[in-house]
Ligand binder design. Sequence first.
Ligand code: GSH
Length: 224
Amino acid sequence: MAKKEESVKLLGFWISPFSRRVEMALKLKGVPYEYLEEELPKKTPLLLELNPVHKKVPVLVHNDKVLSESHLILEYIDQTWTNNPFLPQDPYEKAMARFWAKFVDEQILPAGFMPLVKPERGIEVAIQETRELIMFLEKEVTGKDFFGGKTIGFLDMVAGSMIPFCLARAWECMGIDMIPEERFPGLNRWIKKLNEVEIVRECIPPKEKHIERMNKIIEKAKSS
Ligand SMILES: N[C@@H](CCC(=O)N[C@@H](CS)C(=O)NCC(=O)O)C(=O)O
């Protein structure tokens, strides 16, 4: 829990999976924080001042410390507030959680999102390639409730904010179920489990509003 004199602020954007996962982590730890919404693509002078390198959300401000990049923010949160640890303690498991988290953001996200904007090799190829990548996670989660085991962990927050509650919703705009139950039973079970976690439900964007906004983002990106 945050100590009395502590100040925790989060600059975020409501549909950003990167922001959503940081909120999940703060809530999991029970850290009170002030949430400052950015209206992307506009950027406030505060965001530009706090994250001059990347100019992106999320940014966490803990007292006089400023942090950006969601994976690093999650690690900082886990090590600063030590209740409800969410990164594995075992060095190998921790390295693997980081490995898969990087894979989600650096491989699954571009493979799954870009074709919605520029379907250069066709939608069918994009679906197949994205599913091949997602299948690696299916193997990781099979037989478990969460990637972290019995409770939600680092990779659950990274992959959860990105795959079911962002990417799959973007594909739903096209009428496509990217993670069909018959091909991905482990991931579908995991998604149900995630939906049972109160802090996850509190942090994911409302579905209708989210899909409507994503449709607009995709259309705008297509025409630019
Ligand atoms: N690697 C960053 C990615 C953050 C990111 O891409 N944030 C987006 C919102 S979803 C953003 O602020 N975009 C503004 C821009 O690109 O100008 C992280 O993990 O925090």
